[in-house]
Design a protein around this ligand. Structure first.
Ligand code: ADP
Length: 254
């Protein structure tokens, strides 16, 4: 099956004053894949995401999202993407239901707020304020809000940073469900096990350049083909499996 490009980035450059944070990167994201941007802190991942999200001006290069050109039709792009807000974007006096209704109003989209909360295991928190949520609940809510405008693509910037193993695995499942409903997911992460589990393809970004781009499996095979010998993999489970097995999969956040 031919894969259709939904994001096309060409020769993207971003300068902050004299400093070039993104040094001419090019990549495509295919429709309905989970695409990862991996790289150490300061590599330029968030800058790249925010440019595609229309939130930050680029210096040069071109970006197309679902055929819309970033320079000419940024509003058309905004309509079809879902973006996580910084937590400061959640008005402190509103509860989760009210926040969803507020965003739905801003997007002019009818949304069943209770259903959305239910899909993200947040029905018990419907009348809670954002700041009263646990870390995992905050992340789940912020991913839920990216779906309010029924986007074709969602962007998740380090969605599982700081979560315990249960909450992290729960979020992986939710991201897979979002994707199974036809949404393309672009994600940044520092966790390689997460990228290996979730991403169809990933770009490894370092100092503003893409230094590798392929499926996790192919990237690993390429490394091994070069004669690399990693740790001996003698066991079929790791310490996280032990932890989850002993403490259970249920979320521990209340
Ligand atoms: P990453 O998301 O990979 O950690 P960023 O895109 O946040 O990387 O940052 C890339 C580089 O650009 C870093 O060196 C960072 O310090 C710098 N940078 C990011 N935002 C700004 C800004 N607004 N002004 C100046 N430098 C910035």
């Amino acid at each position: 099956m031919e894969q259709r490009k939904i994001i096309e980035v060409r020769d993207l450059v971003k300068q902050y004053g004299d400093f070039t944070a993104v040094k001419g990167i090019s990549f495509d994201v295919y429709e309905n894949e989970v695409f990862g941007l991996l790289g150490p802190n300061g590599a330029g991942k968030s800058t790249t995401l925010e440019i595609i999200e229309t939130l930050r001006p680029k210096t040069s290069g071109s970006v197309k999202v679902a055929g819309f050109d970033l320079d000419r039709e940024p509003d058309a792009i905004k309509e079809i993407i879902g973006v996580q807000l910084q937590s400061s974007g959640y008005y402190p006096s509103l509860n989760l239901l009210e926040l969803i209704d507020l965003f739905a109003g801003l997007y002019n989209q009818p949304v069943n707020a209770r259903e959305l909360l239910q899909a993200f295991n947040l029905e018990d928190k419907a009348t809670a304020k954002f700041k009263a949520l646990s870390g995992g609940q905050k992340q789940r809510f912020s991913i839920a809000t990216t779906l309010i405008n029924k986007p074709k693509i969602i962007f998740l910037d380090e969605p599982t940073t700081g979560l315990d193993p249960q909450a992290r695995r729960n979020l992986w499942t939710l991201i897979q469900q979002v994707r199974a409903q036809g949404t393309t997911v672009v994600i940044t992460t520092h966790y390689m096990d997460e990228a290996e589990f979730l991403c169809d393809r990933c770009a490894i970004v370092d100092s503003g350049r893409i230094i590798a781009l392929d499926s996790p499996d192919a990237l690993i095979d390429q490394l091994l083909a070069g004669g690399f010998e990693g740790r001996k993999v003698a066991k079929k489970a790791n310490l996280e499996d032990v932890f989850i097995q002993l403490t259970g999969k249920e979320l521990r956040e209340e």
